[in-house]
Structure formats: C-alpha cells, structure tokens
Design a binder for this molecule. Sequence first.
Ligand code: ZN
Length: 218
Amino acid sequence: MGDEVLAINDTPTTSLLATASDPALFADDLDRKLLSLPISRPISVQVRRAGTERTLTLVPEPVCATRYVLKTSEGITAYSDGFDIAVSSGLIAYTRNDDELAYVIAHETGHVINRNFETSQTERRDEDRADTLSVRLSHCAGYDPQIGIAYLLHRESDDMLRWFRSRSHRSRKGRVERMRAEAANVTCPAQPTYPAQTNGQETPSKRDPSLARRPAAQ
Ligand SMILES: [Zn+2]
C-alpha cells in the first residue's frame, strides 16, 4: 500500500513510461508487460515504501487475466479483443436469465482462451471452438448451458438482418445443435479445445484499450 514502483526486473519505470504508447494508459502498458513475462520466473520489483527502497520478489501464478468491461449501450452486443471482454448493458437487459448471460460471456472467454479475437472475418472453426468451450465453462461455473444456449434461438427470432449474415458462419440453429450435443456429455474441469500458448511470450493480438473493436455477431 502506497508503494512507489521504481523498477521491474531492473528496468526503471521512468524508462517504461518514456516508451509507453500512450502515457495516459501506462497502467495498461504495465499490465501487458507483466503478462508477457514468463510464468516460471520470479519478478523483481523495486519499490519505495515509506521513504525506503526495497526489492520485492514476486512469484507469478497463472490466473485468468481477462477484464470484463460493462459498456453502457442499448445495443445487444458482446465482444473481445483477445484479452478483455466487453458486454453491453443492452445485452444484459436482453438476456432472460443468468444462464443466458453466462453463455454469452463464456463464448467470449472461449475466444480469449483459444487466443483468437472475434471479427467479422472470424473463421467458423474458431467460432465452433469458442462455442464448445462456452458449454464447458458455463457448466463448470455452475450455470446450465442447455438453458444458456437458448439465447441464440431467442436472438435468431429477433434478428431482422439474419438473412444477410455471412454464409461462412454456421447458422445459430446449427450452433445450438452442436452445443446441445456437447452439453449432454460435459465434464469439469473445462479444457481448451486446442493447446493455448502458455510460454508467456505470445501476444497474438494487440490489446485494445478502449475495447472499441467493431462488434461481431454473437
Ligand atoms: Zn464468437
């Protein structure tokens, strides 16, 4: 509490600040730098505490580093930049129960775990993997995926533009059928649908500080 961070792994914070892409978002830069460090090696943090300089040794633990951001908007949308997840207040109001909201959040979390971020070009394979993982994650978190995935059918019936959606994407009904089959045999703990890169060095997509990436269809 009240520590002033002077250096991380012998790199002074003043030089980190000097190379920050946006000094106003330095805390995010620092987050990213810490996340990129290997989890197998302790981190040395030099701080000034009550006027005295001290060196702390922190042992990293793998955790879910995703931030969940509430966007105040009437639009019904949820999206991810591969790191963080935004959910609109409109979507929360639209979902009919916690299981549906859990499905949507678990789907986006599936994209983060599988290290892909969703755009209009997202491949069907990535969508299928996020769907598969969404069933496992929501189930293991104590929600009912069979109830949750009904969200997609609800959306389908309200989606006036559904005929104009990309044909490269599976229909929502097709996705629900796949997930119903998955939900019938789901077990915990949830496993990624293919091995995530866990060496701590991969930054496959650039974190979007405002999460302003164009929303994609859920
Ligand atoms: Zn998706």
